[in-house]
Structures are given as C-alpha cells and as structure tokens.
Design a protein around this ligand. Structure first.
Ligand code: AMP
Ligand code: MG
Length: 489
C-alpha cells in the first residue's frame, strides 16, 4: 500500500519490513537539537518526485534531521554481517535508519536512509552519529561518481544537527540522507546464512530477485542466475572504478551491494599519480584494498556471497560448490573484457586487435615510471593540452605515441570519431583530494559553502571540456605530503 503525502511528495512503501524479522529492527531516529540544511540536492529531489520548495520548509528539514517521521515511513535499521579486512563479524546499521522506499513518479523504488541518526540496536560501542566533514565528503564524491556514469548510492541532503560528536576532537554533527537502489549487501546474505534458516535465506534471495533481477526470477535455476548476475554487475562496477582511478578504500563484504552500486564512501579517494599499489586509507596498512587489488578483492567478496547462497544452489553440497566455482571463475574474464573495452575507448579505439593490451600496458608502465597523473595523462591525450610532465618528454613516450597513432589509422572510424569516443571516456575533471579538502575546510571552519558548490557544479559535467575546470585539475603540492583518508568518522 502506497502512502502519498501531498505537500512534500513522500510516497513510501516498506517492502523490506515484510522480510523475516531477523533481518531488521524497527527503530526511530533520535531527534537532534538544532538542525540546519548544509546542502539539498534539488535535482535528485525532483527526480524522486519531491517538491523542493516544500522540502526546504521546516517540515522537510525535520525529516532529514530525524526529528519527524514522514507519513507512510516505517523506520528500521537493517541487520547484516561482513568480513572486515578478512575477519567475519556481526555488524548491522549502527548509525543508519531506513525511513522507507520512495516510489518515484516513474514507478522506481529507492531506499531513503538517514546516516548518523543516533544509536540503533546494532550500534555496539558507537554513538550512531556522524560528523559534518565526512558526510559532506560522501555527498561530493557520490554525486561526482554519478556524474561520471558509475553506479552509486546518491546523496539527497546533509543537515547539521547543532550537536557535537566526539572523535579524536570535538566535531560538528550531521546527518546524510542516502538514496540507494537498495541497501542489500553481500553481508546481508552472510548474516542470514549464518544465523537464519534456509527458508529465511530463500525469502531474502526471492526478495532480491524481485527487487533487482526480475528478468531472471523465472529461469530454471534462479538462485544460480542471481549469483551470475551479481558477479556480472560487480565486474562491470569495479572495471569502471579502475578506468577512472577510484579507490574504494574499504571493500569489506558489508560494503559491497547486491544491486551493483558503489556504497560506503568512507576512506575512498581518487588516485592522482598512477601506481597500482596506491592506498590512502590510514587503517589499510597491508594494502589489502590498494588500487590494483580491487578486482581480486571483488572476486574474494563474491566468493563469500556464493558461500552464503550454497544451500539454494543445489541439494548436494558438492554440486552446489561446483556451480558456485564455475560462476566465480567467470569474474576475471568478465572484468578483463569490460576493462579492456573501457581502456580501448579511453584511447579512441573502436575495434579489437591482439596487441591492444600491450599498447595499454606500455602506457600504464610509462605513467608509473614517470609518476604521471592518471586523469591528466588521459586528459592530455584527449584534448592535446600540453602539460609539463616528464612523461611527455621521453623518447619511449614518443615511440608509444607513434604506435598509438598508427593503431588509430588502422581502424575504419575517423580521427574525429576517435576524439569523440575519448572525450566521452576520459573525465576532464575528477574530485581531486586537495580540492575536496579545500571545500570541506571552508564549510566546516567558517560555514562557507560556496567553495563546495563551485566544486559540485564543475564535477557535475566531467565529460565536456570547459575553462572552469582548469582550477580543479591542478596537482597537489608535494610539500603537503601523502594524502590520507579515515574510516567511520
Ligand atoms: P563502515 O566502516 O562504515 O562500513 O562501518 C562498519 C560498521 O560500524 C557498521 O556496522 C556501521 O554501522 C558501524 N558504525 C560505524 N560508525 C558508527 C557509529 N558512529 N556508531 C555506531 N556504529 C557505527
Ligand atoms: Mg559500511
């Protein structure tokens, strides 16, 4: 039953609460003292069928602050488990409340979740709260990912709470409203496989098929198809991360979605200097989640998903394991094919030649050797914008460029079409770490949101070159030292 609240346009359903009770706890957000809008995503609000003017009123603000429950919402926190840095733990929404599922005017279903709304039954020792800086950071990077064409959860609003949160220092508190195709995670399946019955596991799998994979729910082996499709979507997602130089930073199984969206923007960052060993997260000391490891961790996580599904794949365990292994062995082929196609496009190549991979590898090798900036190197190749980089002065690069040009001439498509393909495949701007930090500093320290708004405007259109981008493409000052990111703040 859909409940329509005419002023704001909330139109909630609560299908998750029809799942076995073990999967969630009904729970309301804890009200906050003095909420204020930090930012509202007006275009996203409109696409969800919300009335922006009404949202900007106190009533809209109170919903984003957790001070008022909108009509039709039945708030809950979700239970899940997960392998964190390889170790299995019971987790759950320790600082999140799902208000419900908004049904858009086009009939799509999106989770509306508050992140940072106070303690929940899954909070363990945590305060259930979030700080303003990290919530604004998630807003900036998730919206940049969306503009880059990468499947992702989105950010509808950030409100400051007027309350402090206590971390290493006292920080201003905030709540982010996250919008997602769903919050089903690999960890949700791990949780029910560990502590539920096979019937409960099946109920979760059926729900997932209905919600995200309805086209395969009537196949002969729907649960095997589910596994194959999730593998396919993750291969696609991770190839997209690799193509733009995105480092997730904390690819624990609870931070991998079943829908194939990027989720959990904690310690993530975009790589500047190209190096597969790049790690920004302060807690990832072993480099488990380094840039070049992401596809391997992806398949490791998917193996945990496959394990959770085993009882549904076949009655005989041996057979189930065989089916799971076969499905998992496809990941590397799927990933590689998507990555090579993407890399060809970044170089303006339409058709396939055997030697393409070595052409790509040679460029990446050169970038690594000369510590070249990943995004800006492709930007130079795309727009022929000359830049002072040692890479472009080497004879090895000249040789590579000759080979590349010769390769382009061997295809039917014109050089003009190649250029167009490159422009659509190489972002002219990304959320550079030092630019994001600059925007956050202005917002956090002096309440100046104009820096962030300018950055967001530029990031919203990454595949068209514009002079407004120039100030956002500069490299960090090496004297500032290596960049570091932090979890769970
Ligand atoms: P994450 O690193 O964001 O994936 O979070 C890992 C786990 O810690 C999840 O179960 C979160 O809900 C929980 N968590 C993170 N921050 C807090 C907090 N401030 N209070 C309670 N639980 C938290
Ligand atoms: Mg998480």
């Amino acid at each position: 039953m859909t409940n329509v609240h005419p002023e704001v346009g909330w139109s909630f359903e609560n299908s998750y609460s029809l799942l076995p009770g073990k999967l969630y706890s009904r729970h309301n957000p804890t009200p906050v003292r003095d909420p204020k809008f930090a930012i509202l995503n007006e275009s996203l609000a409109k696409s969800l069928g919300l009335n922006v003017n009404a949202l900007k009123n106190e009533e809209g603000l109170d919903v984003f602050a957790g001070n008022k429950i909108p009509n039709g919402a039945q708030p809950l926190s979700q239970a899940y488990a997960g392998h964190q840095f390889g170790h299995f733990n019971m987790l759950g929404d320790g600082r999140a409340v799902l208000l419900g599922e908004q049904i858009t005017p086009l009939g799509e279903r999106f989770d509306i979740q508050l992140k940072g709304p106070g303690r929940t039954p899954y909070s363990r020792g945590g305060d259930g709260r979030a700080a303003l800086g990290p919530m604004l950071r998630e807003y900036i990077i998730s919206e940049a990912m969306h503009a880059l064409g990468i499947p992702t959860t989105r950010s509808l609003a950030v409100v400051s709470t007027g309350e402090s949160v206590y971390r290493e220092k006292v920080l201003p508190g905030a709540i982010l409203t996250r919008v997602a195709a769903s919050h089903l995670r690999v960890g949700t399946f791990q949780y029910i496989a560990q502590w539920g019955t096979v019937q409960e596991l099946q109920a979760l799998a059926d729900y997932t098929l209905n919600r995200h994979y309805s086209e395969i729910k009537n196949t002969e082996q729907p649960y095997l198809s589910l596994l194959q499709e999730v593998i396919n979507r993750q291969a696609k997602l991770i190839s997209k991360w690799q193509l733009v130089g995105f480092i997730h930073g904390v690819m624990n199984t609870d931070n991998m979605t079943i829908s194939g969206e990027t989720i959990d923007y904690g310690p993530c960052a975009f790589m500047d200097t190209y190096d597969p060993a790049t790690v920004y997260s302060s807690i990832d000391r072993q480099g488990r989640y380094a840039f070049g490891n992401q596809p391997y961790i992806g398949v490791w996580n998917l193996a945990r998903f496959a394990e959770a599904l085993l009882p549904l794949l076949h009655e005989e365990q041996d057979q189930a394991v065989k089916l799971a292994e076969d499905a998992l062995s496809e990941f590397s082929k799927l990933y590689k094919a998507k990555w090579i196609t993407g890399m060809r496009a970044k170089l303006g190549i339409f058709n396939e030649e055997m030697e393409d991979e070595s052409l790509i590898d040679e460029l990446l090798d050169l970038m690594k050797e000369h510590k070249a900036d990943y995004t800006n190197t492709f930007r130079v190749l795309t727009y022929e914008k000359i830049e002072n980089s040692p890479l472009f002065e080497t004879s090895r690069f000249s040789k590579w460029q000759e080979n590349w040009q010769a390769r382009l001439k061997r295809q039917e498509e014109s050089i003009e079409s190649s250029k167009k393909l490159m422009q659509n495949s190489n972002p002219a701007v990304i959320p550079r770490n030092h630019k994001v930090e600059e925007a956050l500093k202005a917002a956090e320290e002096i309440g100046d949101y104009s820096v962030m708004e300018k950055l967001l405007a530029v990031l919203s259109n990454p595949y068209t070159l514009s002079p407004n981008q120039d100030a956002f493409c500069t490299l960090p000052n090496p004297l500032d030292g290596p960049y570091q990111t932090f979890c769970g703040t």
